[in-house]
Design a protein around this ligand. Sequence first.
Ligand SMILES: Cc1cc2nc3c(=O)[nH]c(=O)nc-3n(C[C@H](O)[C@H](O)[C@H](O)COP(=O)(O)OP(=O)(O)OC[C@H]3O[C@@H](n4cnc5c(N)ncnc54)[C@H](O)[C@@H]3O)c2cc1C
Length: 414
Amino acid sequence: MIHVVGAGLAGSEIAFQLSNRGYDVFLHEMRPTVESGVHKSAKFAELVCSNSLKSLDASRNASGLLKKELEKLGSFVLKVARKHSIPGGRALVVDREAFSEEITETLESSPHVVVKREEVKSIPRDEDIWVIASGPATSDELYKWLEKEFGKGAHFFDAVAPVVLAESIDMSKAFFANRYEEGKDYLNCPMEKEEYIAFREALIHAEVLPIEGFDRKLLFSRCQPIEEIARSGVDAMRYGPLRPVGLSKNGKRYYAVVQLRRDNSVGSLYNLVGFQTRLKWPEQERIIHMIPGLERAKVVRYGVMHANVYLEPFGIMDNYFRAKKDKRIFFAGQITGVEGYVESVASGFFVALNLIRILNGKKPITLPKKTMIGALLDYVSRTPNLNPMYANFGLLKKDEAEELPSFEELLLED
Ligand SMILES: Cc1cc2nc3c(=O)[nH]c(=O)nc-3n(C[C@H](O)[C@H](O)[C@H](O)COP(=O)(O)OP(=O)(O)OC[C@H]3O[C@@H](n4cnc5c(N)ncnc54)[C@H](O)[C@@H]3O)c2cc1C
């Protein structure tokens, strides 16, 4: 019997690939019985922060290439993401509710999936195969057990951006435009210089929520809280998430622009792009209300910060993300040190592929290193003192990328 711990991005991909081929799976999900601190619903594959799965451009963007490879392999999660995509320029942006709803329904209605809404606190010493895909917000008890059993635990800090109600946005100030291209996928709240300076001042002095063990050095570089970006220099936000380049209204350019991205297909909700934060909630309201166009914005989801845990695979897992000391136990998703939604799906897909091979009497395989998925997983499994890693063209040179074989070819490979 196969057990998957965690019905997140990685766990849902694994449960689908196995059950779709007729293998029975126990899918253990602790929500809603035990809350994770970052998820808001009881649904599977919840996107905890941005609803963007990043670029679809496979020729110029590493995340785009990773998605192309996963789609070729037949990723279930990406197929559902495509189905529930909403306008987002060149990015794959999804209606998060509809996306999670369909993944949950598909798995809950599968005759080969038994969903167990319970927290797994340790892995029993039985004959079964266990995949730990419990993610960056693994429950304390399970994480303690993992550290005790395997050692090498680590963490870093990541934050979530707030969401506001569309009808509360002042459209006499905000305008629709995509950066550098035609389209009306993003809402833009422009700022003049004085507004920007006052906004930054307020932001750097606003009260933040104290977080146990918080250390600025442990912030994830690609997802810094907005108040930390603001603190790092007067212009830091203007060259970061508030950059005005490529955005104008009737030819007028602005000093800074806050972008909002559609959060659902009906367009009733918008999230503030790059505004992940750990400000106290009343402070978030106050600061958001300083943005032109958002003076009366109704915040329906506040930003939060969370410690992301992971185990460093080097030394404790083999190249197939299988525990060296107990070959029944596999790891998938962000707990292995991959970072990001699509990267977690990729990691889940890889483990599912090898489980199917093993169940068919074949040895596990690694993936070609000149593919984005192969390069990412190779890096993560073999790097000592790993910092979480996302798909990028530093792992694989763009012009050296090779075509990935199909899933069936990978299943049959000797
Ligand atoms: C605050 C925050 C913001 C982020 N923002 C972004 C972003 O904007 N873009 C991006 O690409 N990535 C982002 N990430 C990273 C992204 O969330 C993760 O990479 C991705 O969701 C990880 O997928 P996963 O399947 O490994 O874990 P998850 O999707 O988190 O799934 C793990 C599941 O395991 C369950 N679980 C945990 N412990 C147990 C247990 N003991 N027993 C049973 N079930 C358990 C959880 O409830 C959860 O459903 C963010 C992460 C955090 C924490």
